[in-house]
Design a protein around this ligand. Sequence first.
Ligand code: ZN
Length: 347
Amino acid sequence: MEKNLVIRALKANAKSFSLSCKKISYVPKSIARLTCILTLQLNNNCLSSLPLELKSLHQLTELHLGNNAFEELPVVLKHLNSLRKLYLFRNKITTLPSEVLDGLPNLVLLNLNHNKIRVIPPAIKSLVCLETISVTDNQLQELPAELGSLRKLTEINFTNNKLTRVPQQLCNLSKLTELYLARNNLTELPEGVLGWTSLRVLDIAGNNLSMFPVDFQQLPLEELLCEGNEFVQCELLESKQEREVLSLKEHAARIVLKEDMNKFSVVARSLPLYPELAHMLSHRGKCALCFQPFLTTWLECVQFINLKKDMGMKKNLTVPVRALLCSYSCFNKRGHSFYGLVKLHTE
Ligand SMILES: [Zn+2]
């Protein structure tokens, strides 16, 4: 019966072909003759493999394999280099072989929701055109730093996994508009979120965050979902009035960093000649109050940001945002809204 459908499609010179909901457990090899089709729908069946003959469909841009019984990415996919959209949700996939990912350089959308994937391999970096990745309801424990090199990503959805951290490199994704990380085990978001210059929607509900990272209030967010976390409350211990004793390294670093702020200074002009030093100093922070730089010593503080008043969102909710101060003398100044969290932090 499926064969008749193939012949009919051939005669009609069809651009798309569907064998959805046919209860089939194998794909007829005659499909390989449909070399002109752009879309192939094989979803809602009992498939666990695809015939290698499928590689003759070099024009295929959209492949629907959702609701089947695949346990791994079918190997033939590595030959379908024109593929732009790949749907593989509700299967039993556990791993993503690098050789298959390497063959999909034009993929724009990847949907792997409801599978059993534990690891996204570094080879994900081969998907250089990827704009949307969705791997909800899987077993992900960690994300590869390489995700941060996929600069076209606009939407990431890793809802309902077991992630404990987000790699700092994800902050490089300046086109990212929607980031869904709800129901994971995150205790913090990476520092450097100012890189998310396009982020409109962030969902981190149901994690273990105690606060948001530095400069969070400057994100252009329109929607933030954050219920079900363990945010620090307003009643904080008052920090003891102490005077910090800075190490010689920190003292020297602060002098150099301050000079470096003036791009015409000798320091700013000569630093590029010392790449190791420049790299070490690149981990600098900036006092939230006096804006002076520091390197390894600061005061951990928190400020409470109102989403409506301070960020222009609809929700009238106050959340804690991490803030770092350079010294007790800044902290003890009157009139600021930073709350001390713990004692002086030294790396
Ligand atoms: Zn300061």
